[in-house]
Design a protein around this ligand. Sequence first.
Ligand code: MN
Length: 236
Amino acid sequence: MNRKEFFRTIAVGSIAVGAVATNSRCQSSDKGTSPKAPFAQAPLAYDFAALEPHIDKLTMEIHYGKHHTAYINNLNKAVEGTEFADKTLDQLIAGAGTTNAAIRNNGGGHWNHAFFWDILAPGKGGEPTGAVADAINGQFGSFASLKEAFAKEATGRFGSGWAWLVTDNGKLSVGSTPNQDNPLMDISDLKGTPILGLDVWEHAYYLHYQNKRADYINAFWNVLNWDKVAEHLKNA
Ligand code: MN
């Protein structure tokens, strides 16, 4: 998205967010099982303003109600009437290299954002505990060291993409992917099962943090729901 499109999106988002929030609650959830087309957007489990001051309300409204919704709509269009129409989202992700750019980008966009909303929650953050803390301490030495390694990946991703903490054969590692790719994709250099991830596209932070991506990355830990991270680690 170029600069002009970015600000046009903001203008549209600010007048239409109320309708989006209401409509989204009528749609079925993609969580739990891997859905097939037509894909739908799960409702947010918290209010748009609930993650403030770390992630601001307007960013959440536009990010969830415009960006994520657009990935879903475009994914539905991209698979309709093709050999991919009957695939689950997980199958489209795992075989991204055998699909096409529209399915790869929008399928990744849907998967990544659904995952991201689900690991965030108000009143969370703090330090990891239990098995997650053990795994982090075992691999990185401390939570502080993990944060440092993760921030290096998240700030080092040039342009748009995601930073991830993944588990692969019992080993944790940090890395990043470009655009809407993710570590479950066959074409990804970074491999593994994501247990947490951070959207570092400018649309995820620019309204509040402008060019200060590092501040957004630091703030992320204040709204991370470690209970969800623990679930992802356990299920990996
Ligand atoms: Mn995003």
